[in-house]
Design a protein around this ligand. Structure first.
Ligand code: 13P
Length: 257
């Protein structure tokens, strides 16, 4: 199966001009579908200036749960949908731990995205380099809370469209201690954890969910992760801002078909 690739630019680059150049570079490099999560400020112009042939799906890095109202500084699923944005990352560790987002808020955001036919890319992962067992307990606890009450929207999450399986929920396993470039986790351990995440979501919600790996993925280490069929793709941070790294990652993922 083709691997999914999501590029999370976080709070980079510093100008729209640089963002557009990077975006066009990725568009030209790939024939496959890739998702890019640029900063909010650039979303509208990237969507409006996207080449018709480009297969890139643009997603947000964060979104609020309610659709309209008195929520200073927030952006709603309804607004991003009207703008042509395909969905949003939710529960990234930088929002959980720097901005103190809790599982209840994350759960509301996921439900709102799914209800509005938008993709939710839920990030989960243990904060410390724990034993496998401790890591699994931590992650399952996050999943239990973050995916609570999604059963009401289950018919919207996974469906067939034009003969192709579409999904409105992707999970990214991102061990927090490995985020930031240069600190990758061991691929075998990640594959084992991803297998358990899939099992958990299937048992609790009856869903076959796609699970990506994220955390210091780069050109050098991606091949070790590509070996595992359990890993459905990658959520790339730092390396997604460097053209040489992007080219290499895209090529390796494409050759893996
Ligand atoms: P790095 O690839 O920089 O470790 O970031 C991973 C990440 O947080 C993607 O969301």
């Amino acid at each position: 199966m083709k691997k999914t690739l999501i590029l999370n630019w976080k709070m980079n680059p510093e100008s729209f001009k640089m963002a557009k150049e990077l975006f066009d570079f990725v568009s030209e490099k790939t024939k496959d579908q890739i998702m890019i999560a640029p900063p909010y400020l650039y979303l509208k112009d990237l969507v409006n200036n996207q080449n018709k042939k480009s297969k890139i799906k643009i997603i947000a890095q964060n979104v609020f749960w309610d659709l309209l109202g008195a929520y200073t500084g927030e952006i709603s699923p309804l607004m991003i949908k009207k703008m042509g944005i395909s969905g949003s990352i939710v529960g990234h560790s930088e929002r959980r731990y720097i901005l103190k987002e809790d599982d209840d808020l994350i759960n509301k955001k996921i439900i709102s995205l799914i209800k509005n036919d938008l993709l939710a890319v839920l990030c989960v992962g243990e904060t410390h380099k724990d034993s496998l067992n401790q890591a699994l307990i931590f992650i399952k606890n996050q999943l239990k809370k973050d995916l609570s009450k999604i059963s009401n929207s289950i018919n919207k999450i996974s469906y067939l469209s034009a003969g192709r399986k579409n999904t409105k929920l992707i999970i990214a396993y991102e061990p927090v201690w490995s985020i930031g470039g240069g600190k990758p986790t061991d691929a075998e351990r990640s594959a084992l954890i991803i297998k358990e995440i899939k099992k958990f979501v299937k048992e609790k919600h009856g869903l076959d969910v796609e699970v990506l790996y994220g955390g210091s993925v780069d050109c050098k280490n991606i091949s070790s992760f590509l070996k595992y069929k359990e890993i459905d793709g990658f959520l790339v941070g730092s390396a997604s801002l460097k053209k040489s790294e992007i080219s290499c990652i895209i090529n390796k993922v494409a050759q893996n078909k």
